[in-house]
Design a protein around this ligand. Sequence first.
Ligand code: FES
Ligand SMILES: [Fe+2]
Length: 343
Amino acid sequence: MAVFYDNPALLNCWFALATEFEVRNGPIGRTLLGRKLVLFEDSAGEVQVADDRCPHREAPLSTGRMEGGLLVCPYHGWSFGEGGKCVHIPSADPSMPIPRNGHLTRYRAQVRYGLVWVCLGDDPGMLPEISQDADAAFRRINNPVEHWRASAVRMTDNFLDIAHFPWVHTGTFGSRQRTQVGRINLESLDDGFHGYRYDVEAENPAGAQIVSGQHSDTVFRQMTTGFVLPFTVRSTITYETGLHHVILLLSAPMDDVNSYFTFVVWRNDDFRISAEEAIAFDRQIGAEDKVMLEQIPGVLPLEPRGVASTQSDKASTAWRLQFTRMLGLGGSDERASEAGEIG
Ligand code: FES
Ligand SMILES: [Fe+2]
């Protein structure tokens, strides 16, 4: 039985499913909230998202091809263009009308931050706001979208958690020496994120030196980590040099235990390193999280006290409370007191 992915509250959320680049070279198939979708760019350059099911005999259109801006079904060659309209049926007399139910069932889609965002519902909410995207001092760097065999609930919890750094990120910036997490005070951060600020002295190995622009063994970072519902986490890093490095971590549920993951970076650097170099270290960090999370089966329990928490879990506990409220699963006093108990 599904735990969360079939909850109607998620239908009106936007989820990043692919990069603009991937869709331009489509068609591509994606699964969102259990629904199979095809994504393609029509001849007008508009991204179209539809059920991955040909209206004729239900072949998956994502296995078709693009020809002259039309999506061509691999089974009998029906072709679909702007607005998902069927415009050509090779077997039919061209003077015959297209059947009324021969067009695609489409969903809302938009391109932002280099990503294609999809909403399955009729009443879409807001996309996360990243004000650095409109700031000419910052460049944006995108990553491919990956499939993680992990629950989006566990991923969001993980991205809000800094206590795992010295344990999971030993190959990158974590340090065995600094395991204790200082007191977490939750607050409203900029751009509508809710989270906390903290300072860390992070390991600065060769890979990190490229990113930080500093060559000491450790670097001082002022950081924030925060979330917006349902599964968006943002980490910001400010180095003593004034370099800002903003990471948007995006999880989209295919179902309860499979998700898409991508991250986007904004940096106000001097462009001395390539985009690839600027995100190589973050990619390694993400790969460390993936290894850990893919070993944990199922969904992180949403019910009160389903897992034990401590003060360092304060942000993820607050997120879990808001998320379960959003799903209409309570957010009871008991939950609130659980959040309160850990300080
Ligand atoms: S199933 Fe697509 S054209 Fe027949
Ligand atoms: Fe991590």
